[in-house]
Design a protein around this ligand. Sequence first.
Ligand code: 5GP
Length: 114
Amino acid sequence: MAKETVFAKIVSGEIPVQILAETERLIAFPDMSPQAPVHILVIPKSTAYENVTELAAAEPETLAEMIQVAQQLADEHAGGEYRLIFNTGAGVGQTVFHVHAHVLAGNLEESSLI
Ligand code: 5GP
């Protein structure tokens, strides 16, 4: 079970962000510290899941929708090609324990997420 995180405050509107996509189950917004020309986060509105493994087990349809939205965002912002990253665990760089997909596109040479 995820604890209260900064992303819960984004979902609730307590922390304002530029919403790039929204459905009943998820939202997408720009990463505040972009590691690529296009760097968008896609997150479920549910605060119940710390990582993609938990989400896949409990709500596979939400995970599928996150991937569909990632493609739509890449189509809109980056000509359709993108990289999707789910950091899972502090040891590999996960800092926010509310599952999120990093959608990266453009020139990724300088990205610290690779
Ligand atoms: P992680 O390292 O957990 O995979 O990625 C967390 C990401 O969330 C980081 O890339 C970080 O820049 C982003 N982030 C953290 N807090 C905020 C915030 O308040 N607003 C936005 N837009 N991004 C955030």
